[in-house]
Design a protein around this ligand. Structure first.
Ligand code: HEC
Length: 225
């Protein structure tokens, strides 16, 4: 440690960088392993800058200089990752089939809240071209489509039956989707959610048929209002 000229304050700064990186990853829904690599690159870069400074005969500056080196290394890392092509391809394959929506308004609400990841009609925002956001977003869409693709209902979509459940639990859309005021259209009001749940129950394939709630139209529902 002495050899590297590491001081307690520098270790603390390094730890802070790790924490900030991980919180940022959580906020934007970026894979933690990917963020760990980015943080490592930044810290190695900053340590390298420290060594260069020392090599050129200067005193291994204080805390402020280390912070400066971390910022410089972060800026260079950010610039370099823009060259990596991953995440910049934004395909929207052909729509081959959709659920038989019980009501067109159900589709509208699903488009607002869910089609950003579970369809072939994804609206890619401008920032989806900027790494590492681009990596996070394309992963969400890839995984979302792999779980359920409401645009490819011509083929079996096993997990589609969990649509009702995720709405009841309010576990979708994921929290990161509506952070920072983004995708406000995906924040359904209580009324919209209640309506959507009603229509989803009545749309084939979107709820577990064992519940027996999405079968016949003429079912005697005691909740009628
Ligand atoms: C930001 C992207 C995104 C949005 C928007 C989104 N989902 Fe998802 N969804 C995912 C991802 C990623 C998965 C798979 C991994 C997981 O479960 O978190 C998933 C999984 C699912 C599953 C499979 C079951 C499960 O819980 O894993 C269902 C059903 C689902 N989503 C329904 C919906 C519905 C309904 C909406 C709208 C109310 C919605 N999703 C909005 C990304 C999204």
């Amino acid at each position: 440690m002495r050899k590297l000229g590491m001081r307690a304050s520098q270790v603390l700064i390094a730890v802070a960088v790790v924490v900030v990186g991980m919180v940022a990853a959580w906020l934007i829904g970026l894979n933690f392993a990917v963020m760990a690599v980015l943080v490592a690159v930044v810290l190695v870069g900053a340590a390298g800058l420290q060594l260069i400074r020392r090599g050129s005969g200067e005193r291994s500056g204080g805390t402020a200089r280390f912070v400066l080196h971390v910022v410089a290394a972060a800026a260079v890392t950010f610039a370099i990752i823009q060259v990596i092509p991953a995440g910049r391809d934004h395909p929207n394959p052909t729509v081959t089939g959709e659920p038989e929506w019980a009501d067109p308004r159900a589709r509208d609400l699903m488009v607002s809240a869910c089609f950003g990841c579970h369809s072939n009609e994804v609206q890619w925002p401008a920032y989806s071209n900027v790494a590492p956001l681009s990596w996070a977003i394309s992963e969400h869409v890839d995984e979302g489509r792999a779980a359920v693709n409401y645009s490819e209902f011509d083929r079996p979509q096993e997990e589609a039956e969990e649509t009702l459940e995720v709405l009841l639990e309010q576990s979708m859309p994921p929290d990161y989707y509506t952070r920072f005021g983004l995708h406000s259209e995906a924040n359904l009001s209580e009324r919209q959610l209640a309506d959507l749940i009603m229509w989803v129950r009545a749309t084939p394939g979107l709820s577990d048929t064992e519940d027996g709630e999405d079968t016949e139209d003429g079912e005697d529902d005691s909740e009628g209002d």
